[in-house]
Design a protein around this ligand. Structure first.
Ligand code: COA
Ligand code: AMP
Length: 630
């Protein structure tokens, strides 16, 4: 039996023993009473009775162990032309003082804090400062519009919001403060205080009494100590797109999270303390939480916080420059970033300019890694290119080629096999387990391993409905796929209304809710269609109200603006088709899956339940006029 096989089997046969051993890598202020509490399914709790502090494990512990002078964070920002190196000792000082700032503003253990920031080190400092106090952070990605931020404010009810005057998108300055003000205006819940980081590129108007300047507060702050919390207490809430306009508040606990991420750094990413690890993502996404901030810092690594893009900042050699300059061993990003580099530098001319001798692995996730991109990256890099599959919900990979255990042969198109701790199965609509090479719905047998979502923020009912009611005894991933005869998993795409645009998870349902508010629109459907660069992009179909007099081009432009303003520019909503009718089943359900297949030029079956098959031909014709359905 190979090492992977042995560990995988142990993790399923003796999960308590397996994870108790992994938990030895974490510092606990009180040891747990029980590794796994399975007394209240489908709600499982890990390390019950244990106490720890996440910030202590990410920062202070390393200073005490002699890593104080090692660089913890390299802030590399081509958009502002600066590189800053922050040692573990400096990070400890900044985090302790910012925790003191938050405490001074009334934040205590169990309170919530929203962080709406660009990719600056202060974003990580704010997250760790919350963890230090036992407060719960909720980071909101900067590309979301005020309306989306307002939804999160109303759900998380933060005492304090931490933000900045602006973000920088290549050369454009995006002012955050007006968006924050607008969101607070829209929200029912009002935070007591806001802390605003003033960046030189934009000045923020502070609201007297409510808003405070980051630097001013830091200058007077008293450092705060690490507050022990229960392993099962929430560390953060991260909102992610579901099938409706209301995002899901994924909860992460403290204990299981620390154990799982520390384990994953070594066993999945083959990364040891002291090494340089880079997740080229954003702190607003789960990849940023787990692998820019917590995973590398729990492990005593140097992590890179990169404020730039794969191309255009300044050229498609940006990633190679960072890897070479900082001695990166592992790069983790989304396939779309590689498609962007490939488009601008197909022959890898920029790649050849740099010394990449420390670079060992490329890990890709966030969307399906298409075999073309895999081959291009693998031929260019001459290093393992590892596809791995996970979700905001799990917080760390469900399937991967675990480089720290043993590198298995790579099959392009597959993220390899289930990671230890995850019993991944394929089922049909009735929940029957399917055999090799039979495509179905991907589920994971409960309990999920540590670090995965224990529930949704203050919404156990939605947790059940979304994840455990569909297939009792299993966690429903929302993805479709199959396993081959060797157990390699193939993830083929979502079976619900979630799409992935440039590695960003979005809800077509949320876009439909926005479009439906246009006065000329009777009904609409949004689907995700295949895109060469971004993996998928949304396309809208609208049926006009009878008698509606509207200029089609104006309507299309209005809808683009509405989506940008209410969801955000990252939705990349550009294409609308005005159609006479939408294809539906006889019971009135819109056939989005069939429309998507038509758009992508895939074979499709005319559903037996369809109301009027002729509509499919009309949809196909409409799609052809804009270059789809080929
Ligand atoms: N704040 C404000 N606006 C943002 C933003 C942020 N943090 N991030 C993106 N946007 C805006 C962009 O400026 C763009 O606006 P525009 O329509 O006015 O031009 C829009 O949102 C779409 O952004 P994006 O999807 O990033 O497209 P792009 O054309 O700017 O860049 C890629 C394309 C492929 C280079 C880019 O998507 C990329 O680097 N992807 C990697 C994705 C990733 O890291 N995913 C995380 C999961 S691992
Ligand atoms: P997110 O929660 O934003 O990380 O998005 C999770 C979703 O992205 C998954 O449910 C999948 O649909 C998709 N995804 C992530 N990684 C992969 C992968 N390696 N292969 C295929 N799909 C992926």
């Amino acid at each position: 039996m190979g090492r992977y096989e042995e560990l995988y089997r142990r993790s399923l046969e003796d999960p308590a023993g397996f994870w108790a051993e992994a938990a030895e890598q974490i510092s606990w202020t009180k040891k747990w009473d029980r590794v796994l509490d399975d007394s209240n399914p489908p709600f499982y709790r890990w390390f019950v009775g244990g106490e720890l502090n996440t910030c202590y494990n990410a920062v202070d512990r390393h200073v005490e162990a002699g890593r104080g002078d090692q660089v913890a964070i390299i802030y590399d920002s081509p958009v502002t032309d600066q590189i800053q190196k922050i040692t573990y000792r400096e990070l400890q000082d900044r985090v302790a003082r910012f925790a003191g700032v938050l405490r001074g503003l009334g934040v205590e253990k169990g309170d919530t804090v929203i962080i709406y920031m660009p990719m600056v080190p202060q974003a990580a400092v704010a997250m760790l400062a919350c963890a230090r106090l036992g407060a719960i952070h909720s980071v909101v990605f900067g590309g979301f519009a005020p309306n989306e931020l307002a939804l999160r404010i109303d759900d998380a009810k933060p005492k304090v919001i931490v933000s900045a005057s602006c973000g920088i998108e290549v050369t454009r300055v995006i002012e955050y403060k007006p968006m924050l003000d607008k969101a607070i205006e829209l929200a029912q819940h009002k935070p007591d205080k806001c802390v605003i980081l003033a960046r030189p590129q934009a000045k923020a108007e502070l609201t007297p009494g409510r808003d405070h300047d980051w630097d001013e507060l830091m200058a007077q702050a008293e450092p705060a100590e690490c507050v022990p919390v229960a392993a099962t207490d929430p560390l953060y809430i991260l909102y992610t797109s579901g099938t409706t306009g209301m995002p899901k508040g994924i909860v992460r606990d403290n204990g299981g999270h620390a154990v799982a991420l520390r384990w994953s750094m070594e066993y999945i990413y083959d990364t040891k303390p002291g090494e340089v690890y880079w997740a080229a993502s954003d702190v607003g996404w789960v990849v940023g939480h787990s692998y820019i901030v917590y995973g590398p810092l729990f492990t005593g690594c140097t992590t890179i916080l990169y404020e730039g893009k794969p191309v255009g900042t300044p050229d498609p050699g940006a990633f190679w420059r960072v890897i070479s300059q900082h001695g990166v061993k592992v790069l983790f990003t989304a396939p779309t970033a590689f498609r962007a580099i490939k488009k601008e530098d197909p022959n890898g001319e920029y790649f050849k300019k740099y010394d990449l001798s420390n670079f060992k692995y490329l890990f890709l996730a966030g969307e399906r890694l298409d075999p073309d991109t895999y081959h291009w990256a693998s031929d260019l890099l001459q290093r393992p290119v590892i596809d791995h599959w996970w979700q905001t919900e799990t917080g760390w990979p469900i399937a991967a080629n675990c480089a720290g255990i043993e590198l298995m042969p790579i099959k392009p198109g597959s993220p390899t096999k289930a990671v230890p701790g995850y019993d991944v199965q394929i089922v049909d609509d009735s929940g029957k387990e399917l055999g090799p090479n039979q495509e179905g719905i991907v589920v994971v047998k409960l309990p999920l391993p540590p670090g995965t979502l224990p529930t949704l923020w203050q919404n156990d009912e939605r947790f059940r409905q979304s994840y455990t009611d569909p297939f009792p005894g299993y966690y429903f991933t929302g993805d479709g796929g199959y396993k081959d005869e060797e157990g390699y998993l193939y993830i083929m795409g979502r079976v619900d209304d979630v799409i992935n645009v440039a590695g960003h998870r979005l809800s077509t349902g949320a876009m439909e809710e926005v479009i439906a508010t246009h006065p000329a629109v009777a009904e609409c459907a949004v689907i995700g269609v295949a895109d060469n660069l971004k993996g998928q992009v949304p396309v809208g179909f609208v049926v006009l109200k009878a008698g509606a007099e509207v200029d089609p081009n104006q309507l299309k432009a209005d809808l683009v603006q509405m989506i940008r303003q209410q969801i955000g520019p990252i939705a990349c909503y550009k294409e609308t088709m005005i159609v006479k009718r939408l294809p539906k089943t006889r019971s009135g359900k819109i056939l989005r899956g069939t429309m998507r297949k038509i758009a992508d030029g895939e074979k499709y079956r005319v559903p037996s339940t369809i109301d009027d098959p002729a509509i499919l031909g009309e949809i196909e014709e409409a799609l052809k006029t804009v270059g789809y359905a080929k």
